[in-house]
Write a protein that binds this ligand. Structure first.
Ligand SMILES: C[S@@+](CC[C@H](N)C(=O)[O-])C[C@H]1O[C@@H](n2cnc3c(N)ncnc32)[C@H](O)[C@@H]1O
Length: 210
Protein backbone atom coordinates (compact mmCIF):
# COMPACT_ATOMS: atom_id res chain seq x y z
CA UNK A 1 0.00 0.00 0.00
CA UNK A 2 1.37 3.47 -0.89
CA UNK A 3 1.75 6.12 1.82
CA UNK A 4 -0.88 8.84 2.06
CA UNK A 5 -0.02 11.91 0.01
CA UNK A 6 -1.54 15.07 -1.44
CA UNK A 7 -3.01 13.29 -4.47
CA UNK A 8 -4.69 10.72 -2.24
CA UNK A 9 -6.10 13.44 0.01
CA UNK A 10 -7.42 15.44 -2.97
CA UNK A 11 -9.21 12.31 -4.26
CA UNK A 12 -11.24 11.65 -1.10
CA UNK A 13 -14.95 11.27 -1.73
CA UNK A 14 -16.55 10.34 1.60
CA UNK A 15 -16.13 10.96 5.34
CA UNK A 16 -15.27 7.27 5.76
CA UNK A 17 -12.41 7.53 3.26
CA UNK A 18 -11.26 10.72 4.95
CA UNK A 19 -11.18 9.05 8.38
CA UNK A 20 -9.17 6.16 7.00
CA UNK A 21 -6.64 8.28 5.12
CA UNK A 22 -5.92 10.54 8.10
CA UNK A 23 -5.79 7.62 10.53
CA UNK A 24 -3.00 6.26 8.33
CA UNK A 25 -1.34 9.67 7.85
CA UNK A 26 -1.41 11.11 11.39
CA UNK A 27 1.87 9.56 12.61
CA UNK A 28 3.96 10.74 9.65
CA UNK A 29 2.08 13.94 8.66
CA UNK A 30 4.33 16.49 10.37
CA UNK A 31 7.75 14.99 9.73
CA UNK A 32 7.10 13.46 6.34
CA UNK A 33 4.48 15.63 4.63
CA UNK A 34 4.77 19.05 6.31
CA UNK A 35 8.57 19.10 6.61
CA UNK A 36 9.15 17.22 3.38
CA UNK A 37 6.94 19.52 1.31
CA UNK A 38 7.81 22.74 3.11
CA UNK A 39 4.13 23.20 4.02
CA UNK A 40 3.88 26.93 4.72
CA UNK A 41 0.09 27.35 4.57
CA UNK A 42 -0.56 27.21 8.35
CA UNK A 43 1.97 30.00 8.85
CA UNK A 44 0.29 32.05 6.11
CA UNK A 45 -3.13 31.71 7.75
CA UNK A 46 -1.75 32.49 11.21
CA UNK A 47 -0.09 35.60 9.88
CA UNK A 48 -3.26 36.71 8.07
CA UNK A 49 -5.36 36.17 11.21
CA UNK A 50 -3.08 38.10 13.52
CA UNK A 51 -2.36 40.76 10.90
CA UNK A 52 -6.09 41.46 10.65
CA UNK A 53 -6.35 41.86 14.44
CA UNK A 54 -7.47 38.34 15.36
CA UNK A 55 -8.09 37.58 19.03
CA UNK A 56 -9.05 34.60 21.17
CA UNK A 57 -10.90 32.45 21.77
CA UNK A 58 -10.38 31.11 18.27
CA UNK A 59 -11.60 27.86 16.69
CA UNK A 60 -9.17 25.98 14.39
CA UNK A 61 -11.28 24.13 11.83
CA UNK A 62 -9.85 20.89 10.46
CA UNK A 63 -7.10 21.34 13.03
CA UNK A 64 -5.33 18.14 11.99
CA UNK A 65 -2.07 17.68 13.87
CA UNK A 66 -2.16 21.25 15.17
CA UNK A 67 0.23 23.03 12.81
CA UNK A 68 -1.90 26.18 12.63
CA UNK A 69 -2.09 26.52 16.42
CA UNK A 70 1.67 25.99 16.61
CA UNK A 71 2.11 28.75 14.01
CA UNK A 72 -0.15 31.10 16.01
CA UNK A 73 1.84 30.40 19.18
CA UNK A 74 5.06 30.91 17.24
CA UNK A 75 3.86 34.40 16.34
CA UNK A 76 3.18 35.16 20.01
CA UNK A 77 -0.58 34.53 20.17
CA UNK A 78 -1.53 33.76 23.77
CA UNK A 79 -5.33 33.50 23.49
CA UNK A 80 -7.33 30.30 23.78
CA UNK A 81 -7.33 28.03 20.71
CA UNK A 82 -9.87 25.19 20.40
CA UNK A 83 -9.79 22.73 17.53
CA UNK A 84 -12.27 20.59 15.62
CA UNK A 85 -11.47 17.80 13.17
CA UNK A 86 -13.08 14.67 11.77
CA UNK A 87 -10.06 12.52 12.60
CA UNK A 88 -9.42 11.42 16.22
CA UNK A 89 -5.92 10.26 15.25
CA UNK A 90 -4.98 13.69 13.88
CA UNK A 91 -6.43 15.34 16.99
CA UNK A 92 -4.26 13.15 19.23
CA UNK A 93 -1.21 14.59 17.48
CA UNK A 94 -2.62 18.09 17.93
CA UNK A 95 -3.19 17.45 21.65
CA UNK A 96 0.46 16.48 22.06
CA UNK A 97 1.55 19.93 20.84
CA UNK A 98 0.03 21.48 23.96
CA UNK A 99 -1.35 24.53 22.12
CA UNK A 100 -5.08 23.83 22.43
CA UNK A 101 -7.87 24.08 24.95
CA UNK A 102 -10.72 21.85 23.76
CA UNK A 103 -10.22 19.44 20.87
CA UNK A 104 -13.41 18.00 19.42
CA UNK A 105 -13.88 15.21 16.88
CA UNK A 106 -16.74 16.34 14.63
CA UNK A 107 -17.81 16.94 11.05
CA UNK A 108 -17.85 20.67 10.39
CA UNK A 109 -20.49 20.32 7.69
CA UNK A 110 -22.98 19.57 10.48
CA UNK A 111 -24.09 21.71 13.43
CA UNK A 112 -21.32 21.77 16.05
CA UNK A 113 -21.83 21.12 19.77
CA UNK A 114 -19.63 24.09 20.70
CA UNK A 115 -20.43 27.36 22.46
CA UNK A 116 -21.36 30.24 20.15
CA UNK A 117 -18.62 32.35 21.68
CA UNK A 118 -15.62 32.31 19.34
CA UNK A 119 -14.07 35.66 18.48
CA UNK A 120 -12.27 34.05 15.60
CA UNK A 121 -12.28 31.05 13.25
CA UNK A 122 -9.16 29.90 11.40
CA UNK A 123 -8.44 27.03 9.05
CA UNK A 124 -5.59 25.79 6.86
CA UNK A 125 -5.76 23.01 4.33
CA UNK A 126 -9.34 21.91 5.02
CA UNK A 127 -11.28 23.80 2.33
CA UNK A 128 -9.71 21.91 -0.55
CA UNK A 129 -10.15 19.14 -3.12
CA UNK A 130 -11.78 16.05 -1.62
CA UNK A 131 -12.44 17.81 1.70
CA UNK A 132 -14.82 20.63 2.60
CA UNK A 133 -16.52 23.26 0.43
CA UNK A 134 -18.66 26.26 1.35
CA UNK A 135 -21.24 23.92 2.91
CA UNK A 136 -18.92 24.08 5.94
CA UNK A 137 -19.50 27.79 6.50
CA UNK A 138 -22.95 27.84 8.22
CA UNK A 139 -21.88 25.68 11.17
CA UNK A 140 -18.85 27.93 11.67
CA UNK A 141 -20.88 31.12 11.55
CA UNK A 142 -23.19 29.58 14.16
CA UNK A 143 -20.39 29.29 16.73
CA UNK A 144 -18.90 32.74 16.03
CA UNK A 145 -19.71 35.87 18.02
CA UNK A 146 -20.93 38.96 16.19
CA UNK A 147 -17.82 40.65 14.79
CA UNK A 148 -15.73 37.45 14.88
CA UNK A 149 -12.84 37.37 12.41
CA UNK A 150 -12.50 34.44 9.99
CA UNK A 151 -9.22 33.54 8.22
CA UNK A 152 -9.70 30.41 6.10
CA UNK A 153 -7.46 28.99 3.41
CA UNK A 154 -9.31 27.80 0.32
CA UNK A 155 -7.36 25.85 -2.30
CA UNK A 156 -7.34 28.06 -5.41
CA UNK A 157 -8.44 25.08 -7.51
CA UNK A 158 -11.74 24.70 -5.65
CA UNK A 159 -12.62 28.38 -5.21
CA UNK A 160 -14.87 28.47 -8.29
CA UNK A 161 -15.36 24.72 -8.64
CA UNK A 162 -16.92 24.29 -5.21
CA UNK A 163 -18.91 27.52 -5.53
CA UNK A 164 -17.34 29.78 -2.91
CA UNK A 165 -18.17 33.08 -4.68
CA UNK A 166 -21.87 32.22 -4.89
CA UNK A 167 -21.97 30.87 -1.34
CA UNK A 168 -20.40 34.04 0.05
CA UNK A 169 -22.78 36.18 -1.96
CA UNK A 170 -25.69 34.15 -0.56
CA UNK A 171 -24.57 34.91 2.99
CA UNK A 172 -25.32 38.54 2.18
CA UNK A 173 -25.22 40.84 5.19
CA UNK A 174 -24.41 37.96 7.59
CA UNK A 175 -20.75 38.65 6.75
CA UNK A 176 -18.76 41.83 6.06
CA UNK A 177 -15.25 43.01 5.18
CA UNK A 178 -14.66 40.08 2.81
CA UNK A 179 -11.09 40.02 1.44
CA UNK A 180 -8.94 37.52 -0.48
CA UNK A 181 -5.18 37.19 -0.77
CA UNK A 182 -3.32 34.52 -2.71
CA UNK A 183 -0.57 32.53 -1.02
CA UNK A 184 1.72 29.58 -1.74
CA UNK A 185 0.93 26.29 0.02
CA UNK A 186 4.50 24.90 -0.10
CA UNK A 187 8.02 26.27 -0.26
CA UNK A 188 10.87 25.22 -2.56
CA UNK A 189 11.23 21.80 -0.94
CA UNK A 190 8.03 20.61 -2.66
CA UNK A 191 9.51 20.74 -6.17
CA UNK A 192 11.72 17.72 -5.59
CA UNK A 193 9.25 15.88 -3.40
CA UNK A 194 5.97 16.24 -5.34
CA UNK A 195 6.39 18.33 -8.50
CA UNK A 196 2.75 17.86 -9.49
CA UNK A 197 1.60 19.82 -6.45
CA UNK A 198 4.59 22.06 -5.71
CA UNK A 199 3.01 25.11 -7.33
CA UNK A 200 -0.45 24.65 -5.79
CA UNK A 201 -1.84 27.94 -4.42
CA UNK A 202 -4.41 28.89 -1.83
CA UNK A 203 -6.66 31.88 -1.37
CA UNK A 204 -6.77 33.18 2.17
CA UNK A 205 -10.32 34.32 2.73
CA UNK A 206 -10.92 36.77 5.55
CA UNK A 207 -14.24 38.22 6.67
CA UNK A 208 -16.12 39.16 9.80
CA UNK A 209 -19.40 37.75 11.02
CA UNK A 210 -21.76 40.72 10.99
C1 LIG B 1 -4.85 18.66 4.94
S1 LIG B 1 -5.40 18.40 6.59
C2 LIG B 1 -5.02 19.99 7.29
C3 LIG B 1 -4.74 19.91 8.77
C4 LIG B 1 -4.16 21.18 9.37
N1 LIG B 1 -5.12 22.24 9.43
C5 LIG B 1 -2.93 21.59 8.61
O1 LIG B 1 -2.93 22.64 7.97
O2 LIG B 1 -1.95 20.83 8.66
C6 LIG B 1 -7.18 18.46 6.45
C7 LIG B 1 -7.90 18.11 7.73
O3 LIG B 1 -9.29 18.35 7.53
C8 LIG B 1 -9.99 17.35 8.25
N2 LIG B 1 -11.34 17.27 7.70
C9 LIG B 1 -11.71 16.88 6.46
N3 LIG B 1 -13.04 16.94 6.32
C10 LIG B 1 -13.54 17.38 7.51
C11 LIG B 1 -14.84 17.64 8.00
N4 LIG B 1 -15.93 17.47 7.23
N5 LIG B 1 -14.98 18.07 9.26
C12 LIG B 1 -13.89 18.25 10.07
N6 LIG B 1 -12.62 18.02 9.66
C13 LIG B 1 -12.45 17.60 8.39
C14 LIG B 1 -9.16 16.10 8.07
O4 LIG B 1 -9.46 15.13 9.05
C15 LIG B 1 -7.75 16.67 8.16
O5 LIG B 1 -7.22 16.60 9.47
Amino acid sequence: MSSPDVSGAYALSSPEDCLKLYADWAASYDADFAEGMGYVLPAQVASAYLGAGGAGPVLDVGAGTGLLAAALRGLGFQGRIDGVDLSPEMLEKARAKGCYGALVAADITRPLALPASYRGVVSSGTFTHGHVGPEGLPALLAVAEAGALFALSVNAGVWEAKGFPAALAALGDRIRDVALTEAPIYDARAAARDPGHAADRALILTFRRA
